[in-house]
Write a protein that binds this ligand. Structure first.
Ligand code: AMP
Length: 192
């Protein structure tokens, strides 16, 4: 595990418990010499993630569409920044050359990014571990929805291996390391 992409909230008005979990996770990534890739924002959990990594002299890269940079959403302390033309290009870049993906609590942007990664994984186009940090059970409805997709045969039992929910930041790195293997052959059972 050398490089992990983290999806997370841009909102600054969420409860402190979410900031605390983000800080703990960011510290653990630095301690384990893991480079982070994230959306580059200065606010919300993105801001907390970046502030913590910078404070501990860790490695972090921001990827953001140019239009967000123009309205000054980019975190000023990040030296490694990549600006894309579109949101679609940004999402594609998030998933290149990483060893895994972590979704922290977030709003529609985080959900969309996470569900796109799961969709690509089902099709065998993205094969890396996906871990969802379920702080204070924030993601319980998503967990239920994904299980319902399988229960109602919109997806198969095998697809339950595509993601792992964990409750605490301290469980994230182990979950990434012990995630079931996945490969491009997933296309062969994507719609069985
Ligand atoms: P959300 O989970 O809805 O807060 O969305 C997080 C995602 O929304 C990010 O990856 C961005 O695509 C986008 N986003 C929304 N607000 C910001 C912001 N202030 N700075 C950077 N990205 C943002």
């Amino acid at each position: 595990m050398k490089k992990i992409c983290v999806y997370c909230a841009s909102s600054p008005t969420i409860r402190p418990i979410f900031f605390d979990a983000t800080e703990r996770l960011a510290t653990l990534f630095v301690e384990n010499d893991i480079e982070l890739v994230f959306g580059g924002g200065a606010k919300g959990l993105m801001g907390k993630l970046a502030d913590t990594v910078i404070e501990h002299n860790g490695k972090i890269k921001g990827i953001m569409p140019q239009f967000m940079n123009e309205v000054e959403w980019a975190h000023k302390g990040i030296s490694d920044f990549e600006f894309t033309e579109t949101m679609h290009q940004r999402k594609a870049r998030f998933l290149e050359d990483i060893d895994g993906l972590v979704a922290l609590p977030g709003g529609c942007g985080t959900l969309e990014e996470l569900l796109e990664a799961i969709t690509l994984k089902r099709l065998g186009q993205f094969t890396k571990p996906i871990v969802i940090l379920n702080t204070d059970n924030y993601y319980q409805p998503l967990k239920e929805m994904l299980n319902k997709c399988v229960d109602e045969d919109f997806m198969q039992n095998q697809h339950l291996d595509m993601w792992r929910f964990v409750d605490e930041p301290e469980q994230v790195i182990d979950a990434l390391k012990n995630s079931p293997r996945w490969d491009s052959g997933a296309i062969n059972f994507a719609n069985k």
